[in-house]
Design a protein around this ligand. Structure first.
Ligand code: SF4
Length: 293
């Protein structure tokens, strides 16, 4: 019997990553809704905002024909993208903190201008899913589990009609060995398009001009690995069991969200997915540079 996508359990790289850190952290980020607003909650941070602005500039290039891409003024695009995350709504609590993050992001864009690599080559785009949802497919139709995800960039290799999958990284650390990101991309591409994947790579934009090639995940292993985590997510949702495994001890993975629940966070607006966005105030250091005349 065909399943109903609205009752399915949807999993993605970020939601499964949250679950693997801790079931309660997953609950707070992906399930919990504020009883007053009826909306999910999110905590914004400088690192997230920097990543959002840089990704927006680079990923927008997918919509432009190859020969036009390098003519674009990416630094101007970056200024526009930055406006959307500037100030408290981007999680910045002082003008210095914002200037430092903005400069780091700008250096990444300058690197991409100097060494455009895959950005200057033909690309393949996956169409969005139904109703503007991210690309998705049934990881298990019997179990009503859907896997979804957005792939940053796919370079097209005309010589053998294949693609190289590229993930832009704006953080300071390398992606961990056991990351589900590349296995998830392989599964999405296998289900949603017909070309062979001839390479997978990360682009560490803050420290490398080149792509860092990774081993192409085996599809069978990828499915097993991702489905194992997805089943655990589904079981926890069905049982509504998202308890803290550390008890009183606690840890870092959910402390910001707990601060929101305890009324210790500051509401700064509504996010792109309709969530209530908060920051965790350090002290009132943000200098208001606007002037009302
Ligand atoms: S404090 Fe507990 S609930 Fe929060 S992330 Fe850590 S283990 Fe999970």
């Amino acid at each position: 019997m065909p399943q109903d996508k609205y009752t399915a359990v949807w999993v993605s790289h970020s939601s499964m990553g949250d679950f693997l850190k801790c079931p309660r952290a997953y609950f707070l980020k992906n399930v919990y809704k504020d009883p007053k607003s009826g909306r999910k909650i999110a905590v914004i941070s400088p690192a997230l905002s920097l990543g959002t602005a840089v990704h927006e500039v680079l990923e927008n290039l997918k919509t432009i024909p190859t020969e036009e891409r390098l003519k674009r003024n990416l630094l101007e695009d970056y200024e526009v993208a930055w406006m959307k995350v500037s100030g408290k709504k981007g999680g910045f609590q002082s003008a210095e903190e914002e200037a430092e993050a903005k400069a780091r992001g700008k250096a990444m864009i300058e690197r991409a201008i100097k060494h455009p690599g895959p950005l200057a080559k033909k690309t393949v785009r996956l169409k969005d899913g139904h109703n503007g949802m991210p690309p998705n497919f049934y990881l298990s139709e019997d179990e009503n589990i859907i896997l979804c995800g957005l792939i940053d960039w796919m370079e097209y290799k005309p010589e053998d009609d294949s693609i190289v999958v590229i993930d832009f990284k704006t953080g300071k650390h390398d992606e961990g060995e056991g990351s589900l990101q590349l296995p998830i991309y392989m599964l999405l591409l296998n289900a949603l398009q017909k070309r062979k994947v001839s390479g997978v790579a990360y682009w560490y934009l803050d420290r490398s001009d080149e792509l860092t090639s990774m081993k192409i995940p085996d599809l069978t292993e990828a499915k097993e690995k991702v489905l194992t985590v997805a089943r655990k997510v589904k079981a926890a949702r069905l049982a509504k069991e998202f308890d803290c495994p550390r008890g009183e001890e606690g840890c870092f993975a959910c402390q910001d969200f707990e601060a929101v629940l305890n009324g210790e966070a500051e509401y700064v607006g509504t996010g792109g997915y309709g969530q209530d966005i908060y920051i965790i105030p350090k002290e009132d250091t943000y200098e208001d540079l606007a002037e009302i005349i």
